[in-house]
Design a protein around this ligand. Structure first.
Ligand code: HEM
Ligand code: HEM
Length: 185
């Protein structure tokens, strides 16, 4: 049935826009913390990372809201039941990370002793969580969580892409048209 086995246009657009944004977030995060960069550029990179991160936090709610009210297309009947369960669990983990990353980032900047404001792309100020301002313990925990979850997120994305490649190579199942890449049969 042509056209019936792909996600709808809104889901596909959100998937790809957010996928590229998350790649940029992971890349900028690792660069900010680990690379030697010029201090003025570093400051700009932090502002950019926090700005895009806040927009991703807001977009998450649109995405999850849309997902809850729109059923995904039925999976190919040739997929093994183990793989179906693994995909469901993997997708839940990805959604959890998509919300946990910006929340831990927000907690981290809210508790920082520097108290630097987050001006989202010079457009509006994103508030800090005042109730936890200056709390060192929460700061350290959120910093550690943001770092560890960042690596877990990278591993989950690698597994997600790896699964698409594995189904294509070993089972000749092409999942990409479901998410808008190429034609459905
Ligand atoms: C090159 C990168 C990527 C490729 C090739 C890719 C591919 C796909 C494909 C083919 C599906 C449909 C799965 C199905 O058959 O139902 C899918 C769904 C999904 N992708 Fe990706 N993806 C990529 C990056 C990402 C990233 C970075 C994230 C996380 C931020 C992500 C999160 C998801 C989620 C949560 C779903 C499940 C949608 C749902 O049913 O709720 N993807 N992806
Ligand atoms: C939306 C998804 C986000 C992703 C995927 C992400 C990813 C990362 C990664 C991978 C790092 C490097 C961690 C390390 O190696 O220590 C990092 C650092 C950082 N992130 Fe995020 N981040 C996100 C959102 C946010 C948000 C919303 C904020 C704040 C509003 C934020 C603030 C920071 C700060 C301040 C650092 C530097 C931490 C340090 O200097 O130790 N992030 N981020």
């Amino acid at each position: 049935m042509k056209g019936n086995n792909r996600y709808n246009l809104i889901a596909i657009t959100l998937h790809w826009v957010m996928a590229f944004a998350f790649f940029a977030m992971l890349g900028s995060g690792v660069a900010m913390v680990n690379f030697e960069i010029d201090p003025s550029f570093k400051f700009k990179l932090y502002q950019w990372h926090k700005s895009l991160g806040v927009l991703l936090l807001l977009t998450f709610f649109i995405r999850i809201g849309w997902r809850l009210f729109h059923k995904p297309p039925a999976l190919p009947s040739t997929l093994k039941s183990f793989d179906i369960r693994a995909a469901k669990l993997g997708h839940i983990a990805l959604y959890t990370l998509m919300i946990a990353m910006p929340i831990t980032g927000w907690i981290m900047v809210s508790t920082s002793v520097y108290g630097l404001p987050t001006i989202v792309f010079g457009w509006f100020e994103w508030p800090h969580i005042d109730a936890i301002a200056g709390n060192d313990t929460i700061h350290e925990l959120s910093e550690e969580a943001h770092k560890i979850l960042g690596w877990v997120f990278m591993a989950m994305i690698a597994a997600h892409i790896g699964a698409v490649v594995k189904h294509y190579i070993f089972e000749k199942i092409n999942l990409l048209p479901r998410i808008g890449i190429g034609r459905t049969k």
